[in-house]
Design a protein around this ligand. Structure first.
Ligand SMILES: Nc1ncnc2c1ncn2[C@@H]1O[C@H](COP(=O)(O)OP(=O)(O)OP(=O)(O)O)[C@@H](O)[C@H]1O
Ligand SMILES: [Mg+2]
Length: 654
C-alpha cells in the first residue's frame, strides 16, 4: 500500500501539494493527471526516493521493487538486446554471482560447499526466468517497433526517440512490484502504442502512469489521481470516469455554492435590518455568529483559459518551396544512407499538410531536410523568396539551454533578429509576450532545466510564434503538452494564415488542422487520399506486413539467433560491433585481475605464516591451501593472457 498522509511537497518556493492524503492499494493501475507543471513528475520523485516530503508522511512497502524508465539518453555500445536484458537486475546479479562462483570452483573442484552454491545459483537463475530471458527481451524490443535486424545493433546507433524506447523496454524487463511510467507514449506511434497497452494490461503489479493521452489512460488504468490547485484527489475509475465524476462534483459544488450564497444574503439582510433595533439586537447577534460559523463552499473556478495565436506572416511566397527529385537521408561515416527518394512536390501558400507514415519511415528526415537541418542527398529544394520557417523539432527541448531562463531565451531571439526586425527587444515587452504563454511572475526567471516537460514545450512554441514564420514545420509538437494546451495549439494552427506541415500521432490534431496528407513509406512520399480511419487501417496492415517480413527473415536465421549473425557493415559499424564484443571480455579480464590480486595477497599471507614455526597439522593445511591458490593463479594467468590477446586483436582491428 502506498500512503500519503497530510503530505506537503514543494519545489523551491512553489507549493505543489498542500496537506494531501491518499491511499493506493496493491495491484491498482493508477493514472496520474493534471495540468503541465502541476507536480506529477515531482510526485514520482517522491515515490522513487529522489525527493523528500516537506511535511506529513509518505510510506510504501520497503521490499517493493521499483520499475521505472530512466530519463537519460543511454550512451553505450551494448547491443539493443543486451541493453534491455540489463534491465532485469535480478538476472544480472545472479549471472555475475554464478560467473564468480564458477571461476572459484574451477580451481577448487573438491569444494562441496562451492558446488552447492553453484547448484543453488542455477536454480535461482531458472526461477528468475533465465531460459527465456533473451526471447522476452527481444519481444519487448520488437513490440516497441524495432525490426529483427536491429536486435543486435548497438544502442548508440539509434536516434534519440528510439533510444528512449529502449529505455522503456528496459524498464518493462525489470521484475517489479511498482511500475512508474512518466508519459510513456510520447515517442510511440499507433502500432507500438497498441502493443504497450496490451502489455500493461497483463502487468500484475501496481502501476502509476502519467499521461495526457485520454484513450491510453482509459485503456490501462482503473484509478485516477488528479492534481489541481495543490490538491491530490483520488477517483475510482479510468480517465473518462474521472471526467464524468468530476464534472458532476463541480456541478454539485456550484449549486451548493449558489444556495449558500442565497442563504448568506438572507442572513446578512436580517442582520442589517435588525442591528439598529435594540429589541432585535440579540437575534441579530446570533445570526452574525451563524454566518461566522458557516463553512464556506468555494466557488468553482474555471481553469485559467489558455489561448494563443500565430502572428500574421509578413509575406506569403507562393509556392513556399519546390522539391525536385529530392533524395533524403543521412551520411554516416562518409556513406550515404537513403531513406526516401524521388520526391518531386511543391508546397503552396496556405496549404495544411499532414505527414503520415509508420515509425522510422522517414517523416522526421523529410521535415529536417526542409528545415535545413539536413542536406538533401540529391535533387534540389527551391525556396520561395522570403520563406521564414518555424521549426518545432521532435527533440524540441534540444534548442533550449537548460541554464538559461525563458527571459534569456527571448533576449537571445531578439538579438538574433536584429534591431531592424520590427520586433521589440525591451524586457517589459518580452515579459508581456511570455505572459501570453502563461509564463508569469517568477517563472520568467526560472532556469529552463528545472521546468517541467510541458512547460519547456510551451516555451519552444512561444519562441516559434515570436519569430513570425510563414511556414510551420511541426514534428510531434504535442508531446508533453496537456490537453488544454493541445487545444490551444489546435485553435492557433487553424487560424494561422501561412502553411502548415505537421507530423503527429495525435489524431484529433491532424483531423482539426490538416486538409491533405502525404504518406511517407517504402522509401517514397506519395499523396494519401483516404481519411484518418483509412490511415489507421493502413498502419496496422503495414505493421503486419513488416512483422511478416521479419518473421520470414528470422525463420531463415533461426539456427543462428544467438549469437547474432555479424552483418557486414561499414567500418564504423564494424568498429562499434567489435567494441561491443570486446566489452564482456574486458569485464572478465578485470575480474580475473581482481581475483589474481586477492589470491596473491592470500599467498603472501600463507607464505609468511609458513615461515614461522607451526604445528604439523597446520603446516599441512596451509600447504594444501597454498597449492590450491597457486593452481588457481596459474589458470587465471593463462586465461588472462588469452583475454588480453583477444582484446588487443580487436582493438588493433579498429
Ligand atoms: N528545481 C526546481 N526549482 C524550481 N521549480 C521547479 C523545480 N523543479 C520543478 N519545478 C517546478 O515545479 C512544477 C512541477 O513540475 P513537474 O515536473 O512535477 O510538473 P508535471 O506535472 O510533471 O508537468 P508536465 O505535465 O509538464 O510534465 C513546475 O512548475 C516546475 O517548473
Ligand atoms: Mg512531467
Amino acid at each position: 500500500m502506498i500512503i500519503l498522509k497530510n503530505l506537503t511537497l514543494r519545489r523551491s518556493a512553489k507549493v505543489l501539494l498542500d496537506n494531501v492524503s491518499v491511499t493506493l492499494n496493491p495491484g491498482e493501475k493508477v493514472g496520474l493527471v493534471g495540468r503541465n507543471g502541476a507536480g506529477k513528475s515531482t510526485l514520482f520523485g517522491l515515490v522513487n526516493g529522489t525527493l523528500h516530503e516537506d511535511g506529513g508522511d509518505f510510506s510504501m512497502p520497503s521490499q517493493w521493487r521499483l520499475g521505472q524508465v530512466a530519463q537519460n539518453m543511454p550512451e553505450t555500445q551494448e547491443s539493443a538486446t543486451d541493453f534491455v536484458l540489463g534491465g532485469d537486475t535480478r538476472l544480472f546479479e545472479l549471472r555475475e554471482a554464478l560467473a564468480r562462483a564458477e571461476v572459484r570452483h574451477d580451481r577448487d573442484l573438491d569444494n562441496a560447499e562451492l558446488g552447492m552454491e553453484i547448484a543453488h545459483l542455477h536454480t535461482d537463475l531458472a526461477d528468475a526466468g533465465e531460459h527465456d530471458a533473451v526471447p522476452r527481451a527481444q519481444s519487448l524490443i520488437l513490440g516497441l517497433g524495432f525490426t529483427t535486424a536491429q536486435l543486435y545493433e548497438p544502442v548508440n546507433s539509434f536516434s534519440g526517440g528510439w533510444r528512449m524506447r529502449l529505455q522503456l523496454a528496459r524498464a518493462l524487463m525489470c521484475p517489479s512490484d511498482l511500475l512508474l511510467l512518466d508519459e510513456p507514449t510520447n515517442h510511440l506511434d499507433l502500432d507500438a502504442l497498441v502493443w504497450l497497452e496490451a502489455w500493461l494490461k497483463r502487468y500484475a503489479g501496481t502501476m502509476i502512469v502519467i499521461s495526457h493521452d485520454r484513450e491510453f489512460l482509459d485503456a490501462v488504468t482503473n484509478v485516477t489521481l488528479h492534481i489541481e490547485r495543490q490538491q491530490l484527489i483520488r477517483y475510482g475509475g479510468n480517465y473518462s470516469a474521472f471526467e464524468t465524476l468530476r464534472s458532476q462534483q463541480l456541478e454539485l459544488q456550484q449549486s451548493a455554492f449558489s444556495k449558500q450564497k442565497e442563504k448568506i444574503a438572507h442572513l446578512q439582510k436580517f442582520i442589517d435590518r435588525f442591528k439598529a433595533k435594540a429589541s432585535k439586537a440579540k437575534q441579530a447577534q446570533s445570526r452574525v455568529k451563524a454566518l461566522e460559523r458557516m463553512e464556506k463552499i468555494a466557488p468553482v473556478l474555471a481553469d485559467a483559459e489558455f489561448t494563443f495565436e500565430f502572428k500574421e506572416p509578413a509575406n506569403l511566397p507562393n509556392p513556399m518551396l519546390a522539391i525536385n527529385e529530392g533524395q533524403f537521408g543521412y551520411v554516416v561515416d562518409g556513406e550515404a544512407k537513403l531513406i526516401v527518394g524521388g520526391v518531386s512536390r511543391s508546397v503552396m501558400a496556405g496549404q495544411r499538410i499532414g505527414i503520415l507514415g509508420a515509425n522510422g519511415q522517414g517523416k522526421s528526415t523529410l521535415v529536417k531536410t526542409i528545415a535545413r537541418d539536413l542536406q538533401p542527398l540529391g535533387g534540389t529544394i527551391t525556396e520561395g523568396k522570403g520563406l521564414n520557417i518555424g521549426y518545432f523539432a521532435q527533440q524540441e527541448l534540444d534548442v533550449l539551454r537548460p541554464q538559461d531562463t525563458p527571459l534569456e531565451h527571448m533576449f537571445r531571439l531578439a538579438r538574433e533578429a536584429g534591431p531592424n526586425s520590427g520586433e521589440s527587444g525591451r524586457e517589459q515587452d518580452l515579459r508581456n509576450f511570455l505572459g501570453t504563454f502563461n509564463f508569469t511572475g517568477e517563472m520568467v526567471k526560472q532556469t529552463v532545466g528545472t521546468m517541467s516537460g510541458g512547460e519547456k514545450a510551451r516555451l519552444v512554441l512561444a519562441m516559434m510564434v515570436w519569430q513570425r514564420p510563414n511556414l510551420l514545420l511541426l514534428d510531434e509538437p504535442t508531446n508533453h503538452l496537456d490537453l488544454a494546451t493541445r487545444e490551444a495549439l489546435s485553435m492557433a494552427l487553424n487560424e494561422f494564415e501561412g502553411t502548415v506541415m505537421l507530423v503527429s500521432h495525435d489524431r484529433a490534431l491532424l483531423r482539426a488542422v490538416c486538409d491533405e496528407f502525404w504518406l511517407v513509406g517504402r522509401s517514397k512520399v506519395s499523396p494519401f487520399d483516404g481519411d484518418l480511419d483509412d490511415y489507421q487501417k493502413y498502419l496496422l496492415d503495414e505493421a503486419k506486413r513488416l512483422r511478416e517480413l521479419a518473421r520470414q527473415e528470422s525463420a531463415a536465421n533461426a539456427d543462428k539467433l544467438a549469437p547474432p549473425p555479424p552483418p557486414v557493415k561499414s567500418d564504423a559499424q564494424q568498429r562499434q560491433q567489435l567494441a561491443a564484443r570486446a566489452k564482456p571480455l574486458k569485464r572478465e579480464l578485470e575480474q580475473a585481475e581482481k581475483r589474481m590480486a586477492e589470491l596473491n595477497a592470500d599467498k603472501a599471507f600463507l607464505d609468511s605464516r609458513m615461515a614461522a614455526p607451526l604445528p604439523a597439522a597446520e603446516i599441512a593445511q596451509a600447504g594444501r591451501r597454498l597449492k590450491a591458490i597457486t593452481d588457481e593463479l596459474h589458470t587465471l594467468e593463462e586465461r588472462w593472457l588469452v583475454l588480453s590477446g583477444d582484446i588487443e586483436t580487436m582493438e588493433t582491428a579498429r
